[in-house]
Ligand binder design. Structure first.
Ligand code: AMP
Length: 133
């Protein structure tokens, strides 16, 4: 079971942003920017690790779910737009990064990540959650 499946199952805590029957969104624990969110599909074991191995419908529906979350992030976080990235170099469970951007250099996976107090992470997550339509 991947760490993301454990988060979805509630076995590991997270700062949850949104959920439906098939997808789940939560704050990245080492955010590149305030509001950096991960969108993951709920997958049976063994979890798929590579986004382009998903079937067409799951891939399309995941992007529509990510759109809802991204619109909410943009309402809550001061940014020009929400950038989208897929890496998957660390966690072997398909996921999309949604990163609030003010400038191009805000999307840089090599830069030092933010470390925010848990109260702030919880409050960002709940504000975004409340803005999800
Ligand atoms: P990657 O697989 O390269 O897309 O990176 C995985 C991302 O997941 C990184 O940005 C991590 O900070 C994030 N991450 C890893 N474990 C957790 C966790 N328990 N809760 C939230 N985010 C996590």
């Amino acid at each position: 079971m991947t760490i993301f499946s454990k988060i979805i199952a509630g076995e590991i805590p997270c700062y949850k942003v949104a959920e439906d029957e098939r997808f789940f969104a939560f704050l990245d624990i080492n955010p590149m920017a305030k509001g950096h969110t991960l969108v993951v599909p709920k997958l049976a074991e063994p979890e798929e690790d590579y986004i382009f191995n998903l079937d067409d419908k799951t891939l399309a529906d995941m992007m529509v779910f990510a759109k809802k979350v991204a619109l909410a992030i943009r309402q809550v976080i001061d940014c020009k737009r929400v950038g989208v990235a897929v890496l998957g170099m660390e966690v072997p469970h398909v996921h999309i990064h949604l990163v609030p951007l003010c400038r191009e250099s805000d999307m840089d996976f090599r830069k030092e990540k933010l470390s925010l107090p848990s109260e702030e992470m919880a409050s960002i997550a709940s504000e975004i959650a409340n803005a999800v339509k």
